[in-house]
Write a protein that binds this ligand. Structure first.
Ligand SMILES: C[S@@+](CC[C@H](N)C(=O)[O-])C[C@H]1O[C@@H](n2cnc3c(N)ncnc32)[C@H](O)[C@@H]1O
Length: 198
């Protein structure tokens, strides 16, 4: 087995309370499609996949960790939510002919995947991508996320990686507070982009 996935399996075997969904999903809900098919890529335990299923999306939750996906299936059953899980390495070839109205990625970065992620969006489909920045390694005393800068985004890099999309929202290093009255430092970049029809 891939040593990265084995490490993730070990992490998920550690008993821990089921996580809360990413609050930015609710905060920026109006930027997402109203429904349809959604992919939570590198979903982990899938708190965000469950949030999307609860919003009415038909969700595919994809991760290489069978331990994480077992926890997700148990939680989905407990909440009576329907989720399709896919336990497989995330590779360029594995996307095949899958197409989604929404692709959601949180705290995962593989730059080689961007062309196939964009291809896998249906016309008018949306990409919600949020992950850690290198800037926050320098500006934060105890930064969250991977220590290796190559797994973190450079300034404006998400914009470059998603250039074929119509960018609806891009936030880097600061997030609006929930009441939108102020901005709060964050260690991540967030982009929501829309695929224009051909
Ligand atoms: C930091 S976790 C993020 C989980 C979730 N998106 C979240 O924000 O809570 C990264 C996830 O990516 C998965 N992962 C990393 N590399 C992978 C690969 N090559 N193929 C499949 N899954 C992978 C790990 O199993 C892990 O669950």
């Amino acid at each position: 087995m891939d040593p990265t996935i084995e490490r993730w399996n070990e992490t998920y075997r550690d008993p821990a309370p089921f996580p809360e969904p990413n609050p930015h999903l609710a905060q920026f809900r109006s930027f997402l499609p109203s429904g349809g098919t959604a992919l939570d890529l590198a979903c982990g335990r899938g708190a965000d996949a469950l949030y999307l299923a609860d919003c009415g999306f038909q969700v595919t939750a994809w991760d290489g960790s069978e331990v994480a996906l077992t926890l997700l299936k148990e939680e989905a059953n407990r909440r009576a939510l329907s989720i399709t899980t896919l336990c497989a390495p995330i590779t360029v070839d594995a996307f095949k002919d899958h197409r989604f109205d929404l692709i959601y990625v949180h705290r995962f970065l593989d730059r080689a995947l961007f062309p196939v992620i964009l291809e896998a969006l249906k016309p008018q489909g949306r990409l919600f991508y949020e992950t850690f920045t290198t800037e926050s390694l320098e500006t934060t005393t105890a930064p969250q996320g991977p220590k290796n800068p190559s797994y973190r985004l450079e300034a404006n890099e998400l914009v470059r990686l998603c250039a074929p999309l119509h960018i609806r929202l891009f936030i880097d290093g600061l997030m609006p507070s929930r009441d939108a009255k102020t901005f709060i430092p964050t260690s991540k970049s967030l982009l929501i982009g829309e695929k224009r029809s051909r």
